[in-house]
Design a protein around this ligand. Structure first.
Ligand code: NAD
Length: 244
């Protein structure tokens, strides 16, 4: 997909990776970029920095009605949605001893929200016979022992969901990619390090932490080449290929 003239929506758009994608999509010529985030003030700040093609929206991706409203509002404003990035995510600490509430939150944000947003955006894309779904997953969704248990399990589920969508809708003009970075210099990684998350410590020790702009580079290349797995870290690509 070429971004010129496209309408893109990014959830978690105020975060490190989401904001980098918003800036990059605008620079690549997108006609509209919707920066949607739980933190509405931060979303407004990112949209203002991106420029006039950007528009901010506050939402909680775990509330399906809010996701539906975001999609409906965007379609009303811009006519349709070309690219939907389900990017909002949460990291939770701990292994089996993680509280059920943490498992539940990780499931709702990292997986179920992707189901809800896809359900909302897909009818418009199918009606036009085209559309791109970018799911931000993680290297923790391909490999084990690089994240904490709820994060690893839910990111594996997110990759599985994206793969299922790719296979199910590919003959109807829908492209799907799973973005699987490993360590990216964002507030999520900083918070993980500050609170001692195992995954954040493993990533930091690997010395392969990327700037979010390098993730945006990988996304642009992945969209252009229509890749299912978008792997900004070459070492993750090697592991993923070995697994395949
Ligand atoms: P971040 O914390 O900077 O951004 C995440 C954003 O998601 C935040 O702005 C937050 O407000 C938003 N968000 C969280 N819950 C939400 C909800 N319920 N509704 C709406 N918005 C919500 O982190 P990031 O690193 O930019 O993460 C973006 C994505 O990349 C996540 O899915 C994350 O799991 C994934 N990822 C990050 C790394 C990394 O090392 N930073 C590595 C692999 C994958």
């Amino acid at each position: 997909m070429n971004l010129t003239g496209r309408v893109a929506v990014i959830t978690g758009g105020a975060g490190g990776i989401g904001a980098a994608l918003a800036h990059r999509f605008a620079a690549e010529g997108a006609a509209a970029v919707v920066v949607a985030d739980f933190d509405a003030d931060a979303a407004r700040a990112v949209a203002a920095a991106v420029g006039p093609v950007a528009h901010a929206a506050g939402l909680d991706v775990t509330v399906e009605e809010q996701v539906r409203a975001l999609v409906a509002d965007t379609e009303r404003r811009y006519g349709h949605i070309d690219l939907f990035c389900a990017n909002a995510g949460v990291a939770t600490a701990a292994g089996l001893d993680a509280a059920d509430a943490d498992w539940d939150r990780a499931w709702r944000v990292n997986v179920l929200a992707h189901v809800h947003s896809t359900r909302a955006v897909l009818p418009g894309m199918l009606a036009r016979g085209q559309g791109y779904l970018l799911h931000t997953c993680s290297a923790a969704g391909l490999l084990t022992a690089v994240g904490d248990a709820p994060y690893t399990a839910t990111k594996h589920a997110a990759v599985g969901l994206a793969e299922w969508l790719a296979v199910t809708y590919r003959d109807q003009g829908i492209r799907v990619s799973a973005l699987c970075p490993q360590g990216v210099d964002t507030p999520m990684l900083a918070e993980g390090l500050a609170t001692g998350h195992l995954g954040a410590r493993v990533i930091a020790a690997s010395g392969a932490v990327l700037h979010p702009d390098r993730v945006a580079d990988a996304v642009i290349a992945g969209l252009a080449e229509e890749r299912f797995l978008i792997l900004p870290h070459p070492e993750v690509a090697q592991h993923a290929l070995r697994r395949a």
